[in-house]
Write a protein that binds this ligand. Structure first.
Ligand SMILES: Cc1cc2nc3c(=O)[nH]c(=O)nc-3n(C[C@H](O)[C@H](O)[C@H](O)COP(=O)(O)O)c2cc1C
Length: 371
């Protein structure tokens, strides 16, 4: 149930909601149909596509949704300050076809997060996720992201503020620890605080983050993965939905983790080799794939491209996410090359994409099942 916009409300932090706060709310723009709230609380997290800054924008998410009906898709991280004070309509825009879609937020301010969660609910998002795994310097300066692994009580307050404010599931994406933390203790303390706060799921990037000396990119590869720590977490908290992230390269690995956990989150492999996503529905959900080949999925993107071009979007903004779609299909390299040189031209249109697709052989990809 959505809350009344105009009523005065004393929040958990004792601050009376003002008219300004109410103006911060937005008319519902993407609200899913009645009854959706119930199913939201039961979101299936068996397969999630990771939030990736500059990668999982709305065009990418629309494209990924063509490849799998069942994956839970995450936005890029958006800071609470940007949601509250930035161009909200642009930042939070998404296509209704993207459902189920989770909004990822970055912040350490319970009050701001409470406001953002209300706005996310009004926009019709299916989940709000708090990022406490990002090690970038910018994020550390704001005292959020991975450095919050050292402040479980504050993270608990953030989550409690959101769960009290909205009916959406509130989830957290974290690491197993930071710097010299002991992952046994750090992850356990965080998990206990989050369970008390009513977290709906914990997504664990199964490696530490090193806040000094490693770039965000290095922090995705260098600290070693420790899947066993995540398995132990699930064993110690059987009632908590635990999703594993980090280094999952294919759907066989995803299936193996799903036997011990509630789900997996795939990042770089999903983005760089999106053809794998065609096999998500058959392999993980025992449902037919949306398309029998990557080429037919790409053809289904054309009406979206035409719509976006009519709104002033450049072709490359959409097609840059599609470059890795064809692997092992004759013509894949020519497809990539054509888009790399032609789609960036200001005059590029849907025909440019059609011409690139014409370079791809028609292959019925039942082999997608091997993804
Ligand atoms: C380009 C890029 C941007 C990322 N941006 C975010 C982000 O905004 N929020 C977040 O929680 N993680 C972000 N990540 C981390 C991923 O969500 C994921 O945790 C990480 O890539 C490990 O999973 P993988 O091995 O499956 O890629 C980003 C990763 C990449 C490659």
């Amino acid at each position: 149930m959505h809350r009344e916009h105009a009523t005065s409300h004393v929040g958990r932090y004792g601050r009376r909601r003002t008219k300004l706060d109410n103006r911060l709310r937005t008319p519902k723009v993407g609200a899913p149909p009645p009854g959706a709230n119930e199913s939201r609380m039961k979101l299936d997290r068996r397969f999630c596509i990771a939030p990736m800054m500059d990668w999982t924008d709305r065009h990418c998410r629309f494209f990924h949704r063509l490849l799998t009906r069942r994956a839970l898709i995450y936005t890029e991280m958006i800071t609470s300050g940007a949601v509250l004070h930035g161009d909200r309509a642009r930042l939070l825009a998404y296509d209704l076809a993207e459902h189920p879609v989770a909004l990822q937020l970055g912040s350490c301010d319970p009050w701001q997060l409470e406001q953002c969660a209300r706005i996310a609910e009004d926009f019709g998002y299916d989940e709000v996720n708090l990022n406490i795994g990002c090690p970038s310097e910018r994020v550390q300066e704001g005292r959020f992201g991975a450095c919050l692994m050292a402040e479980p009580a504050l993270v608990g307050d953030c989550v409690a503020a959101m769960t009290a404010a909205v009916d959406l599931p509130i989830t957290v994406k974290c690491r197993i620890g930071i710097d010299d933390q002991d992952p046994e203790e750090a992850l356990e303390a965080l998990t206990c605080a989050l369970e008390r706060a009513g977290v709906a799921a914990l997504i664990v990037h199964a490696r530490k983050a090193w806040l000094e000396g490693l770039s965000p990119r290095e922090n995705r590869d260098i600290p070693p993965l420790d899947y066993a720590r995540v398995y132990r977490l699930k064993a110690a908290h059987p009632g908590l939905c635990v999703v594993l992230n980090g280094g999952i390269a294919d759907l066989d690995q995803a299936l193996a983790h799903c036997a011990r956990l509630d789900g997996v989150m795939m990042g770089r492999a999903a983005y760089q080799e999106p053809w794998r996503l065609l096999a998500v529905d058959p392999v993980l959900f025992d449902e037919p794939a949306r398309f029998s080949s990557a080429k037919s999925a790409a053809e289904a993107l054309i009406p979206y491209i035409e719509r976006e071009l009519a709104r002033g979007t450049r072709l490359h903004a959409v097609t840059r996410h599609v470059l890795g779609l064809f692997r092992g299909v004759p013509g894949a390299r020519a497809f990539r090359r054509h888009l790399a040189t032609e789609a960036i031209k200001p005059t590029a249109g849907a025909d440019t994409f059609r011409a690139a697709l014409a370079l791809i052989a028609d292959v019925d990809a039942r082999s997608v099942a091997a993804a």
